[in-house]
Design a protein around this ligand. Structure first.
Ligand code: G3H
Length: 226
């Protein structure tokens, strides 16, 4: 049986991360999330405090992004950004892996950075999702990055920022699900525009969907998945 309206909504991080996102648009995003029962709102760090105020009295958590969207900020900067976001009211952090360091073979550094943020999040009863940006990785590198996230104690591995050449693919999700232990959750994000696409990714193993087109995912449509 395919997930119902309620089930799918509860898996969606209702997202607005555009550089020109206005405060009024964040207010609308929060109201939509509360009405639809989305899993969270995912907003830029500068709007975490505002979104938390908008969502006071609801059960919708605030998610934000760290080291976004390129991932190559130094660890101290990412740690400060994460600590500030948690202080402002975020309870879910989507941190972009340092792909540049990863591609340079500096794997211990990458794992240590993820571990530091995972430790901070868990101390604050928050979730850490690590964005590995699959569009930039080979299949072998996706497997390697997933294993780093497991070793470092992340809660989710997330496919994409939505700002690279492509977002989540079915092949990404299938490979990540095969690679990761059942305890490690997967977030598919980037370019997910239809309900059919979202349901296909959920069926393949995605536990969460990140989308800036979330309301459309709640509407029945017949468009086939490419
Ligand atoms: O989850 C974060 C992504 O930015 C969402 O990507 P999208 O804007 O292509 O839906």
């Amino acid at each position: 049986m395919s997930p119902t309206f309620t089930n799918l909504a509860a898996r969606i991080d209702h997202t607005l991360l555009r550089p020109d996102a206005t405060q009024d648009q964040i207010a609308t995003l929060c109201a939509e999330a509360a009405a639809a029962g989305f899993a969270s709102v995912c907003v830029p760090p500068c709007y975490v405090r505002y979104a938390a105020e908008q969502l006071q009295g609801t059960s919708v958590p605030v998610c934000t992004v760290i080291g976004f969207p390129l991932g190559y900020q130094i660890t101290k900067v990412k740690f400060f950004e994460a600590h500030q976001a948690l202080t402002d009211g975020a309870t879910e952090l989507d941190m972009v892996i340092n792909v540049a360091a990863f591609k340079s073979g500096r794997l211990e550094e990458v794992e240590d950075e993820i571990g530091q943020l995972a430790e901070l999040c868990h101390f604050k009863n928050a979730l850490l999702k690590v964005i590995i940006e699959t569009a930039l990785l080979t299949e072998t590198e996706i497997v390697q990055a997933c294993r780093l996230c497991v070793a470092a104690g992340a809660d989710f591995v997330k496919t994409s920022t939505g700002f690279a050449s492509r977002g989540a693919s079915l092949a990404d999700i299938e490979l990540m699900r095969r690679t990761l232990p059942g305890t490690m959750r997967i977030k598919a994000a980037g370019g997910i525009r239809t309900r059919a696409a979202a349901l296909t990714l959920v069926a393949a193993g995605a536990d969460r969907i990140g989308s800036s087109n979330s309301l459309a995912l709640l509407e029945e449509n017949e468009k086939p998945v490419s």
